[in-house]
Design a protein around this ligand. Sequence first.
Ligand code: BT5
Length: 222
Amino acid sequence: MEYIDQTGSTNADLIESAPHRLDRSVLVTDHQTAGRGRLDRRWDAPPGANLLVSVLFHEVPAEAGELVRRLSLAAVDAVRLTVPGAGTVGLKWPNDILLEDGKLAGVLAQRSAEGAVVVGIGVNVGWCPQDGAKLGDGIDRPSVLAALLTAYDALPRSPDDLIIRYRDELSTLGQRVRVQMPSGDVVGDAADVTQSGQLRVRDDDGKTHQIAAADVIHLRPA
Ligand code: BT5
């Protein structure tokens, strides 16, 4: 594990240096000047306020999205352990951790030219944007990180068991959702996730859509 005061993006750093680093190298920083979200969006955090960390994987499972689900579940466990009174923690498909209804954390997976995968997570500890959620000012970031890495190792090894755990934590299931995709929006009820983590949404005409990547808005309970 390596710590740096400040960088552009911990994901970008690990992607760039992947060939020289060991499997499961961890890079954590106090401040990102170019924190990345998906689709070239930004990830914001003032210096020293939040947990910003990335993990490099040379050993990549057949379904690389599994790594996102693993880090997300580890974050859920870490929050429950370190801040037991925080409130209800759950997952929003595909890459958000929610505290109550606010976004507490986001996960971003990127692939290097050599085929390694870097999975980064930003957890709001002392700061969050409007409509976001945070753990609270007094929470110790290194403790959250330690709990996250320990929880990661304690997750079920088999992908089949992992998806069962993922379904349990996925608050998207059973919700009325709007799925935003370049091809157009789908509105319907989030019914299930497949073994490979795709979201199944049943629209109002009864047609089932199987979605690999998109943004999802929770509308109201179905
Ligand atoms: C994500 O993207 O949620 C992935 C975020 C991954 C951040 C980590 S930090 C360590 C590593 N290094 C990086 O450079 N990135 C990773 P997405 O689903 O696209 O969400 C991005 C959107 O969330 C933005 O467009 C904002 O609307 C919102 N946002 C930005 N900062 C936020 C924050 N701190 N808390 C909640 N929402 C935020």
